[in-house]
Design a protein around this ligand. Structure first.
Ligand SMILES: Nc1ncnc2c1ncn2[C@@H]1O[C@H](COP(=O)(O)OP(=O)(O)OP(=O)(O)O)[C@@H](O)[C@H]1O
Length: 265
């Protein structure tokens, strides 16, 4: 497998080779005397058509980074450029449209609508956006993700791995420029996790997507093109072509036992 890798943790500009660029991003929660600086001047770039894992101890700011990069939260200062758009310059409506049209999301808890079928869940974002999706395109995605036989099932009748595949199908359907995944395998057994990771890897290698994935699992991180290590709201290291052993060792030096999130789920 050939992987293109031109990771830079200090981007000079929002060059087209990078799908996501954060520059000097600060995020402060709270006001007055009770503030917490969760992102402390983060500058990082995520290259197009690559999968990057973001790792670090619990509470180091990984999810906050993901949320700011994906336009789900706004930084206190700094700039975020996604697929050529400067998010900090966008109003709420434009931001919502960009998220809907150009980004995909996969969360640990799947976030499926229990009353809808698999097919309806997968097409829901397009319908909310007022886009018509051809039935063949939906069937193609469901087939690719091994869900064709479950198209008319409700999520509760599926395993966790199958539910996460529905969430990935939903994220892939709109052919997004970037997929943000927050612990996509966190609730899965190792076999289902391996399937889900294979699908995410395939979305990069065959469909040219860019994926930013927060994970606590060194095995999950080992499918990435690079790992960005985070501690205390800062990027402390970038590891290209990671292997699980090296990732686990680095996590241990950051005070986070490998494969855990400090006891929180
Ligand atoms: N909306 C919020 N208001 C106040 N503090 C917040 C908010 N969201 C997150 N935090 C705080 O920011 C810090 C970083 O949280 P974040 O969820 O980004 O960390 P994380 O590295 O993803 O942690 P974990 O691995 O445990 O999920 C934590 O101390 C958290 O309590």
């Amino acid at each position: 497998m050939t992987r293109t890798l031109y990771f830079s943790s200090a981007p000079k500009d929002a060059s087209p080779r990078n799908s996501v660029v954060l520059r000097d991003v600060v995020k402060v929660y709270g006001t007055g005397g009770t503030t917490a600086t969760v992102l402390d001047g983060v500058t990082v770039a995520f290259p197009r058509r690559t999968l990057t894992a973001v790792m670090g101890p619990s509470g180091s700011g990984k999810s906050t980074l993901l949320h700011c990069a994906a336009g789900l939260d706004r930084p206190t200062s700094g700039s975020v450029n996604v697929d050529g758009a400067e998010l900090t310059a966008l109003g709420e409506t434009e931001l919502t449209r960009l998220r809907r049209d150009r980004l995909g999301f996969v969360f640990q808890s799947y976030n499926l609508v229990p009353t809808l079928t698999v097919r309806q869940n997968v097409t829901l974002p397009a319908e909310l956006a007022g886009r018509r999706t051809g039935a063949e395109a939906v069937t193609r995605v469901l087939t690719r993700l091994g869900l064709a036989a479950h198209a008319d099932s409700r999520p509760a009748t599926l395993s966790g791995g199958q539910q996460q595949r529905v969430a990935i199908a939903r994220a892939l359907l709109s052919e997004p420029a970037v997929i943000f995944a927050d612990e996509p395998t966190g609730a899965l057994d190792s076999r289902s996790a391996a399937e889900v990771l294979g699908l995410l890897r395939g979305a990069v290698d065959t469909a040219g997507r860019t994926i930013v994935m927060v994970t606590h699992d060194p095995v999950a991180a080992s499918i990435a093109d690079a790992v960005v290590f985070f501690a205390d709201g800062r990027v402390v290291e970038t590891m290209p072509r990671p292997d699980a052993g090296a990732v686990a060792s680095r996590m241990a030096t950051l005070g986070a036992p490998a494969g855990t999130n400090g006891g929180r789920r």
